[in-house]
Design a protein around this ligand. Structure first.
Ligand SMILES: *Cc1c(COP(=O)(O)O)cnc(C)c1O
Length: 385
């Protein structure tokens, strides 16, 4: 089965009980047993639920893997994977990453004695040098949020063959990037974003082709209990059916927006892996089959100008999150990445002038028209930026 077929068929055969063509929402917490221990494979919905299982099968198939665990959020999936480690273990983490992941690692797991080193992973040799005897896991986000920096997954996996390589594949989605094929051991998703795709449900997933790793993550899932309810699982599964279609359109629109912004004299820098000006454009072409729907950029002028611009847009809603069919704009320093200390943010290029677009699948002429009017509505630049 190819990608688009799996999205629609994997885990989603007719319901064995009723013949329902679409997987039903099994809104039940428990299952009646014929005799003690005699049942159809389900005994309690934290442990397993047929709707959730269908989603897990679908998502695993999209990453070309055998095993998937669905969670109530992306951070719950991240917590389950990092929860495999023990006090004293060391993790190397990409230094530009989702703010909530940084918060979970530093402020929660840090208190339990796990050690985290945040570093620029664009140099695999530097990663090799940072390995310690206690290093157990490498946590990669690529492309990163919000700077859209890439990490060479294969090079990092080769630099640390014995460690668990975990990749947060939320930005690229399995449609554009298959980390397990590149040597990763486990893929994590915030399914809230592109996989769900309609900004109407929060969820997460951890996917692997390694049976032992799967058993350990499933143990975490059942023990810590961050599972999605059947209705959320169903919404996510429905969204994922059209992932391929949506991603093609997101990418087409994002490329047009990135090119439009790059040509403007009032725009300072544009960060999009699909632009030839992106420092890792060659890696993007090698590692990904498309460049995704996220575009970050800095306007010339000060942060007040950036905020005024964001407030003037009509079709790009000022909102956190990303990956839905509708376009969004966010000011990472004050919104999604506010939990990262300012010096740490600036070191990563995440200035107060940075804006991040989640380019939706509206008509491209409306999106570009909106950006153009909002740019032209700003005060002319007086001093050189
Ligand atoms: C949103 C996001 C997360 C966290 O997912 P939630 O579903 O919000 O818990 C993790 N990683 C990335 C890259 C994200 O964008």
């Amino acid at each position: 089965m190819k990608f688009s077929t799996k999205a629609i068929h994997a885990g989603q055969g007719a319901d064995p009980a009723t013949g329902a063509t679409i997987v039903p929402i099994y809104q039940t917490s428990t299952y009646t047993q014929e005799a003690v221990g005699v049942h159809k494979g389900f005994d309690y919905s934290r442990t397993a639920n047929p709707t959730r299982r269908a989603l897990e099968t679908q998502l695993a198939a999209l990453e070309n893997a055998r095993f998937g665990c669905a969670f109530s959020s992306g951070v719950a999936a991240t917590a389950a994977v990092v929860g495999l480690l023990s006090s004293g273990d060391h993790v190397i983490v990409s230094d530009d990453l989702y703010g909530g992941t940084y918060r979970l690692f530093s402020n929660v797991f840090g208190r339990y004695g796990l050690q985290f080193t945040y570093m620029d992973m664009t140099d695999p040799e530097a990663v090799r040098k940072a390995l310690r005897p206690s290093t157990k896991m490498i946590w990669i986000e690529t492309p990163t949020n919000p700077m859209l920096t890439l990490v060479d997954i294969r090079a990092i996996a080769n630099a640390a063959p014995d460690l668990i390589i975990a990749v947060d594949n939320t930005f690229a989605t399995p449609y554009f990037q298959q980390p397990l094929e590149l040597g990763a051991d486990v893929v994590v998703h915030s399914t809230t974003k592109y996989i769900g795709g309609h900004s109407d449900v929060v969820g997460g997933a951890a996917i692997t082709d390694d049976k032992d790793l799967y058993e350990a993550i499933k143990f975490q899932q059942n023990s810590a209990g961050g599972v999605p309810g059947p209705h959320d699982a169903w919404l996510t599964m429905r969204g994922a059916k059209t992932l391929a279609l949506r991603m093609r359109e997101h990418e087409r629109n994002a490329m047009a927006v990135a090119q439009f912004l790059e040509a403007r004299t009032d725009v300072d820098r544009v960060y999009y892996p699909g632009l030839a000006s992106h420092p890792q454009h060659e890696l993007a072409k090698r590692q990904m089959t498309g460049f995704g729907g996220m575009v970050s950029f800095t306007l010339k002028g000060d942060d007040a100008r950036a905020l005024a611009f964001a407030n003037t847009l009509k079709y790009f809603s000022l909102a956190e999150s990303l990956g839905g069919v509708e376009s969004l704009i966010c000011h990472p320093a004050r919104m999604t990445h506010g939990s990262i200390p300012k010096e740490e943010r600036e070191r990563r290029g995440l200035t107060d002038r940075l804006l991040r677009l989640s380019v939706g699948i509206e008509d491209i002429s409306d999106l570009i028209g909106d950006l153009q009017s909002a740019l032209e509505a700003q005060q002319p630049l007086t001093a050189p930026a």
